[in-house]
Design a protein. Structure first.
Length: 408
């Protein structure tokens, strides 16, 4: 019975992350806000998303700390309150006061919205992984697929609401909607009980943050994640623009979002069936294939190659968070997973800053062409390969010092 329940809980957890994934839909709101606040620059609007990603990581870290003291339901309800207050605050912005409105947008959408999403993200993934000790990659992949596709799935609803109700009323409606879903869903997110007669201490092995942060494998692995994310974001962040630049409608760029979600499940399943080393190789192959196809498409103006490149880069970028979650869970153990994973989430911050910055600079310096971007992706792929070798060596050395070998 418990085995059947876990799939229900996983489905609910994925639903919660779909709604939280709307935070990634900031691009849907940029234009409506720029029409109301004509004096806001593009960089000022983009800063909203950057702040939300930083506090998304902070929220995830806090959730990991809270998980040791509070039930998942409490953390998710706290997240729901943050998102309700944040989105309601956005709905109350004053069009006649652009300066204070920008500050409030940063606080309400960036700080409260980002923190709220981070709380639920870590709480749901950390709790559900305890239900799937045999399939952590698949479970993480399914949930992260929901999170990655949140903006795509709910994007049409948000866009329709903006068109019919306006940007401010839309945020009030979305805030209430997300609050209700998280509140109801929180009752289904619970920690599994240890089987009768089974030692919980033996089951929940693991190394805490103090040990993890001293291990070379962690830091090299984080560098690997950052480099792969940088390469992915140079495409994911500009997918619609890339499609238009090569003669396709902007909607074609959404293929990245679709395969971003698919990559999370595919790579997670590979991690479960093979090993972390193999899953990382597959992810890097996606990046190599994507970079080569995009560069070849740019040189020949062959749209089919551009599409293949976008598809491959979507798979690569999507696979990264699943690998991060599963690596930390398996190698450092499930006992301190929530707090360890909260720390691991911070690899998104430098990647979210460096990737778009490099991509924009290369496009501007080349007169609007993307060729240099695609070369940079291949450079990232080569660097990631070197880091993969170093990670593997670090794991071998660390396992040799342990009493028992940890899976990787």
């Amino acid at each position: 019975m418990a085995n059947n329940k876990r799939w229900l809980y996983l489905a609910v957890g994925t639903l919660l992350l779909i709604f939280c994934g709307l935070i990634y839909g900031w691009s849907l709101f940029k234009t409506p806000f720029s029409e109301v606040y004509t004096g806001w620059s593009l960089s000022q609007l983009s800063m909203t998303f950057t702040i939300s990603m930083i506090f998304f990581c902070i929220g995830g870290f806090v959730a990991g700390k809270l998980a040791a003291k509070f039930k998942p339901q409490i953390i998710i309800i706290l997240s729901a309150i943050f998102l309700l207050v944040g989105f309601f605050g956005v709905s109350r912005l004053n069009p006649d006061n652009p300066s204070s409105s920008l500050t409030m947008l940063y606080i309400c959408y960036g700080v409260l919205g980002g923190s709220g999403v981070g709380l639920t993200y870590n709480c749901v993934i950390g709790t559900m992984n305890k239900w799937f000790p045999d399939k952590p990659g698949l479970a993480s992949g399914i949930m992260m697929m929901g999170f990655g596709l949140g903006a795509l799935i709910l994007g049409s609803i948000a866009t329709s609401l903006v068109a019919s109700k306006g940007i401010f009323t839309t945020f009030m409606i979305l805030g209430i909607m997300i609050f209700v879903v998280l509140l109801i869903g929180s009752f289904f997110i619970k920690v599994p009980e240890a089987p009768a007669g089974q030692s919980a201490a033996k089951e929940l092995y693991g190394e805490g943050p103090s040990v993890m942060l001293k291990s070379a494998s962690f830091w090299v692995f984080m560098l690997w994640c950052i480099v792969v994310n940088i390469g992915g974001l140079m495409v994911v962040n500009s997918a619609a623009s890339i499609a238009v630049a090569f003669g396709a409608p902007a909607i074609v760029g959404m293929i990245v979002s679709v395969f971003n979600g698919a990559g999370r499940v595919i790579v997670g399943t590979i991690y479960d069936r093979k090993a972390g080393k193999f899953a990382m190789v597959v992810d890097m192959l996606f990046m190599f294939a994507g970079g080569i196809a995009l560069l070849a498409g740019a040189k020949t103006m062959a749209m089919v190659l551009i599409l293949i490149g976008l598809l491959a880069m979507g798979l690569c970028y999507g696979g990264n968070p699943t690998i991060c979650s599963t690596f930390i869970n398996r190698y450092y153990g499930p006992k301190y997973f929530s707090v360890n994973f909260g720390i691991g989430m911070f690899n998104l911050v430098p990647a979210a800053i460096i990737g778009p910055m490099i991509g924009s600079a290369l496009v501007e310096s080349s007169g609007g062409k993307y060729d240099s971007n695609f070369v940079a992706i291949l450079v990232c792929a080569v660097i990631s390969l070197v880091l993969w070798v170093v990670v593997s060596k670090c794991v071998e050395k660390e396992n040799a010092k342990r009493e028992e070998k940890r899976p990787f």
